[in-house]
Design a protein around this ligand. Sequence first.
Ligand SMILES: Cc1cc2nc3c(=O)[nH]c(=O)nc-3n(C[C@H](O)[C@H](O)[C@H](O)COP(=O)(O)OP(=O)(O)OC[C@H]3O[C@@H](n4cnc5c(N)ncnc54)[C@H](O)[C@@H]3O)c2cc1C
Length: 555
Amino acid sequence: MISHDLLIVGAGLAGMRAAVATPPSLNVGVISKVHPVRSHSVAAEGGINAAVHPEDSWESHMYDTVKGSDWLGDQDAIEILCRDAPNDIMDLERMGALFSRDPNGNIAQRNFGGLGFPRTCYVADRTGHALVHLLYEQLLKRSLTVYEEWYVTSLIVEGGVCCGVTVLDLLTGELHAILAKAVVLATGGYGRIYSTSTNGLINTGDGMAMAYRIGVPLQDMEFVQFHPTTLKETGILITEGARGEGGYLFNSRGERFMEKYAPKAMELASRDIVSRAEYQEIMEGRGVEGCVMLDLRHLGAARIKERLPQIYDLSLTYAGVDPVEAPIPVTPGVHYSMGGIMTNAHGETPLPGLYAVGECASVSIHGANRLGGNALMETIVYGRRVGTAAAEFAQKTGQTPFSEGVLTRERERILALFSHDEGERAEKIREEVGGVMAEHFGIIRTRDRMEAGIKKLLAIRPRLARLYLHDKGKVFNLDLVDALQLFSIMDLAEAIAVSALSREESRGAHARSDFPSRDDTAWLKHTLAYRSEAGPRLSFRPVTITRVPLAERKY
Ligand SMILES: Cc1cc2nc3c(=O)[nH]c(=O)nc-3n(C[C@H](O)[C@H](O)[C@H](O)COP(=O)(O)OP(=O)(O)OC[C@H]3O[C@@H](n4cnc5c(N)ncnc54)[C@H](O)[C@@H]3O)c2cc1C
């Protein structure tokens, strides 16, 4: 039986930062369903927020984040993020991060949506790539065991304590139990629940679903971030850095339409506001073939190629548009999971021994809407904190014994998936769920549309019992992985749907045309979704407000 003191599931920035924070004496294992540097963090483009400039302050970062969250973020958690961020940036620099510089040689910072100060540090428009490789180097320096291309299928709970995972070695197809005194989930977001998304295909929310299945609540699942600028028809992200560098948005009449929606912040209002504005322009017939236009031409070729080299390449390759010569066609697209596994500021979930961090967790910093640049900072600040807290727990706890029956049951569950000689492929059902989510739980929601969406999801659910795996082999069976991921997708789609239907107000990314205003009297609270046989069961939790009093949100 394999065992570790501490197991970290996920080797994106959050998981790797947590691993690097553990003391060398601890026996730590890190598991990832892909090679660590292929985790979605590697795709992060525009940057990471920290008040490192002498004229900036953590208090101002905190105010912007609370306002961005539409007052749903927990202010104790936000304060930790904003206070710690500058030191963590320095730590990254000491590890060797090559941040872009200003002409004086200081770390350069660009403007991002919803920020009152240009606070986003960056490495051109490949920030995630630089940080993932940096932390992977740090991981290799440590004698940690990394299980690459191992797929965790479930969490093991004995006597009310999380004490390990069941995991499929994708290369051999063998199912193992790995025991640990504590488990940290750092499994990332669920963007791929929707048909089009900026997220990698691997972002299916497995960790959230695994926690949900063993009774841990998912918090604020109704808040799904739509990014304002994804490349026409592809869902590929065009970083907010493009607007941060000065890009404009135009409609078909050549109007800079953000004037109407956010006269002060214009294109750099928060993401929910810019996405809704674009949606309204397109719906009211002022779009250009279902898009609006992102214009960078006035920045000039030199600046575009120095600051936004990847955007230049992506636009040219996937839309055939040279941004030096022509505006880029963009639409809002699914991008980020504000909700996730409920944790406190040490990453503890309500289940002893189980921690969560990064995009799979909801601490909650982002509340109803995340500010660009804050997700990367969360993976670093909270990765360090949660790695430290989980390590301390593991050091003072014994290993909970485990019964072999767990592994046998999980093996039977997986073998059952091979039993059908005909039926539907997981991929087909996944596309259908994605379509339902896009159509019924999009940028603007209504009761009727959501109820119709829930009916469709309920009709899809029983079909999961008749999945057909074309590949019956053991070695690298991606058909099997698709099927297992589909169960995560289905659970989370239901949690999002039921949470969204229940929240009868508009706040941040959750916008309802039947309840168009924010309602602090009834809805200044977090939604908690618990799994039950009858579908998600909801309860609520108060929001923590410390320094920033409630106010109207205007940009
Ligand atoms: C295109 C794009 C650009 C972005 N740009 C920015 C930006 O500029 N600034 C910013 O702040 N944020 C940005 N974000 C958001 C930010 O990058 C992510 O929220 C963050 O990197 C998530 O990190 P993570 O470590 O939580 O998860 P991830 O990096 O997604 O890593 C998840 C890990 O979990 C593992 N895993 C998942 N399920 C299993 C399983 N069942 N078994 C084993 N392993 C599993 C995966 O293999 C992976 O290693 C961007 C996101 C996208 C999609």
